[in-house]
Design a protein around this ligand. Structure first.
Ligand code: GLA
Length: 376
């Protein structure tokens, strides 16, 4: 049972009168700022998830157990998300809008939601919220979309709610996650291939304690710079650029080398070459720090201390500018790595990190009232 589901069950008089949905957050093993360049990414859906328990109603009415305020908007998705309060409700209003644009009949829900994905941690708390709400809204209307289309609708909703022109990785990882596997996603075709994770490899997510800031404007600026470079090279996207074409442009260099790193890690995982996987992750961090310039000193210190404490490799995960680091280590060393690195990081930055071991979880879907997953 997820904690979010248990928390919801505890406040409902009859949990069984509702339909329950769960959508996971994600940690990206490797491949950042490649998705909107139509490259490859390798995220895994994690056990931490957003859960929504809904019953039919005339409007869309939602209460969150993690934030104040009650959202209430008409069921037809016609509300402009920018005008919605509480602010977390903008994601929900944007999802309703995007689903209506794809043909969802107007049907309301009365819902309670809760999430175990820490906000602003770079682990896709907003994608989890969007996908969980999308499933609840689709179900209430007796209507459905293919999983990839759910991800596309939720990606558009994220952009509408925040103004950030994000890529598809987070929402796709949330819908398409596979237990025990990372997902190799081709962000051009949107094809996902599960790549099982070796049992001995532990994947750690470590939050720096710095909530993502400035991500919106800097993110959009990076995306524009990549698109301008592709246009200058006469390409539709940097996916098709060669190293020779981008060697003097640090942003382009990051995108091309990062895509190579994703494909290399996807090849190394089945071989179980955990040492080399760690090295490639650390190379990814250096590229995000030096070439793509989306790191901050805290993330650099965290990566350094995790590796010094015995992790095989570590890198910032997600957009950067704060949030979390992903580290890989031999399972037997996890406790020691976390303890040593946390102590040193805290001493150097005066910030408290939060670490947890990620288990690759299944993608979003319906769950039984209060917890365990049920077949759709
Ligand atoms: C955020 C975006 C994703 C992706 C990453 C960087 O998480 O939502 O689409 O671009 O940043 O890889």
């Amino acid at each position: 049972m997820t904690t979010a589901a248990a928390r919801i069950a505890a406040v409902l008089p009859d949990p069984r009168e509702r339909s329950w949905f769960r959508a996971p957050g994600r940690v990206n093993l490797v491949g950042d700022h490649t998705d909107y360049n139509e490259g490859f990414v390798l995220p895994l859906a994690i056990e931490r998830a957003c859960v929504v328990a809904a019953k039919p109603a005339t409007t869309i009415r939602m209460r969150s157990l993690d934030a104040d305020g009650v959202l209430e908007v008409p069921a037809d998705g016609g509300t402009d998300p920018a005008s919605v309060e509480p602010s977390w409700g903008r994601y929900v209003a944007a999802v309703a809008h995007e689903l209506a644009a794809r043909g969802r009949p107007a049907a309301g829900v009365d819902a309670v939601l809760a999430s175990d994905v820490p906000l602003g941690s770079g682990l896709s708390s907003s994608a989890a919220l969007e996908v969980a709400c999308a499933l609840a809204l689709a179900h209430a209307a007796g209507w459905g979309l293919e999983p990839v289309s759910v991800a596309e609708a939720c990606r558009s909703a994220e952009e509408m709610a925040t103004g950030v022109p994000c890529g598809i990785m987070d929402q796709l990882a949330s819908v398409a996650g596979v237990e025990g596997a990372a997902l190799l996603v081709d962000c051009r075709s949107l094809e996902t291939v599960p790549v099982p994770l070796p049992e001995e490899l532990a994947v750690l997510a470590v939050h720096s304690g710095v909530t993502r800031a400035l991500a919106g404007s800097e993110y959009a600026a990076r995306r524009r710079a990549c698109e301008a470079l592709a246009a200058k090279l006469g390409l539709g996207s940097l996916r098709d650029a060669t190293m020779a074409q981008v060697q003097h442009d640090p942003f382009g260099r990051h995108v091309v080398t990062e895509t190579e790193r994703v494909l290399e890690v996807a090849r190394l995982l089945p071989e179980g070459d955990v040492e080399r996987i760690g090295t490639v992750l650390s190379e990814s961090h250096a590229s995000l720090r030096d070439d793509f310039r989306v790191s901050i000193p805290e993330l650099d210190v965290l990566v350094e201390e995790l590796v010094a404490a015995g992790a095989l490799g570590a890198r910032l995960t997600g957009a950067g500018f704060g949030g979390s680091v992903v580290a890989v280590c031999e399972r037997s060393t996890v406790d020691r790595v976390v303890e040593h690195a946390s102590r040193r990081y805290e001493r150097r930055t005066r910030r408290t990190p939060t670490a947890f071991t990620c288990r690759a979880a299944a993608g979003a879907g319906r769950i039984a009232p209060g917890g365990a997953s049920v077949a759709a």
